[in-house]
Design a binder for this molecule. Structure first.
Ligand code: SF4
Length: 369
């Protein structure tokens, strides 16, 4: 199949919904659920995942799953990969890879660090991979009968799905990406009164997520979520798992020394590519770190360019802080706050994927670098 950039994603999605031979499967990024309300006069930072599910079902989606479930899978894979690097001492510092704009930046301007990028796919691409393999098998249908749509915070995610070597199915694992803004405009066109929609639960197959998956949408979330799982992997007696409050503001660079058992890890995050550049230049100058999280947008995905539009000179800082707080508050309320404690994740490894970062999991949830 020839893979082309999608010119009219909305038209393609609406046509797929009408096509009785296709099953349309959607998922929403964590950042989408704390921003969509702004387009409909609702309070900033409210977690509106239930309304998003209802909105997509009203449009005609067959299944709506929780992309945070896929974020939990990313955490499982990334922490297993990082643990291996720590034990072997190879490819350190481990650089996160869930932001495609950052990955592109490294490939173009700092190719000497490509080998340090995590091979774990982003939650979007992991979602597409498990839908086109496990879910297709469970339904007993060909993967090309499933049309996968992700609601995401930026256009970089639309391009990510076209990257060479990222797809496990014959076509695309993620068939279409809509930004939060595009979905909001589509709902308005269709006269769907988002503000007054009732809540609907995610469909069950990929419907459960931990608090760790929720905080992926904000700067520091990936690092914090990974440490929750990594700490127990490296030190079985670790009870620290939830104590890593890496970032609760909008600082461009945050550095920490983390003690896991008798191991001291030097970790950092950079939010915004100018800050990432500063950290990369420090690496080039010989400074050592173990794990670095980078998000191209200042503040992370809660500040993506596909979020609700404001005038150019409008100061979005308070909005971005409230969106991030919405995710951290959701995490605090979750019963399960570590990816490895998510029962659906455990079952998927037991019945389908095997061990994290090995065998089938390695084959379909990682890229080659
Ligand atoms: Fe997209 Fe920005 Fe998130 Fe990167 S940080 S994935 S560019 S929204």
């Amino acid at each position: 199949m020839e893979i082309k950039e999608q010119e009219k994603p909305i038209e393609q999605i609406l046509n797929s919904i009408k096509d009785k031979n296709l099953r349309v499967v959607g998922a929403c990024a964590p950042s989408a659920r704390v921003a969509m309300g702004e387009m409909f006069g609702l309070e900033v930072g409210l977690n509106l995942k239930g309304k998003l599910v209802t909105a997509l079902k009203t449009l005609g989606f067959d299944d709506v799953f929780d992309l945070d479930f896929a974020a939990d899978l990313t955490i499982m894979e990334e922490s297993a990969e990082f643990a291996e690097r720590i034990l072997s001492g190879r490819n350190l510092p481990h650089l996160t890879s869930c932001c495609p704009a950052w990955v592109k930046y490294v490939e173009k301007f700092y190719p000497e660090f490509i080998g340090n990028l995590s091979t774990t796919k982003s939650p979007q691409q992991i979602f597409g991979a498990v839908v086109k393999t496990y879910y297709a098998e469970k339904l007993g249908v060909s993967p090309n009968k499933l049309f996968v749509v992700c609601i995401m915070p930026c256009l970089a995610k639309r391009l990510e799905r076209l990257k060479a070597g990222i797809n496990v199915s014959e076509g695309l694992d993620v068939d279409a990406v809509l930004t939060v803004r595009e979905l909001g405009e589509l709902l308005k066109q269709k006269n769907i009164d988002f503000a007054n929609l009732k809540d609907t639960n995610f469909d069950s197959t990929f419907g459960m997520a931990s608090g760790a998956g929720v905080i992926f949408g904000t700067s520091g979330g990936v690092l914090e979520a990974s440490l929750r799982t990594l700490s127990e992997k490296l030190d079985k007696s670790s009870v620290k798992g939830l104590d890593y409050q890496i970032n609760r503001g909008l600082d461009g660079i945050v550095e920490r020394e983390i003690l896991i058992g008798d191991r001291k890890l030097k970790v950092a995050l950079a939010s915004g590519l100018n800050n990432a550049k500063m950290l990369l230049d420090r690496l080039k100058a010989g400074e050592e770190f173990d794990f670095i999280e980078v998000m191209a947008c200042p503040g992370g995905c809660v500040n993506g360019t596909g979020m609700p539009l404001y005038p150019r000179d409008f100061d979005k800082t308070p909005l971005v802080k409230k969106r991030a707080k919405g995710l951290f508050d959701t995490d605090l309320k979750e019963n399960v706050r570590k990816a490895h404690d998510n029962i659906q994740i455990k079952n998927l490894y037991k019945t389908f994927l095997g061990e994290p970062n090995k065998g089938l999991a390695k084959q379909i949830l990682h890229v080659k670098r």
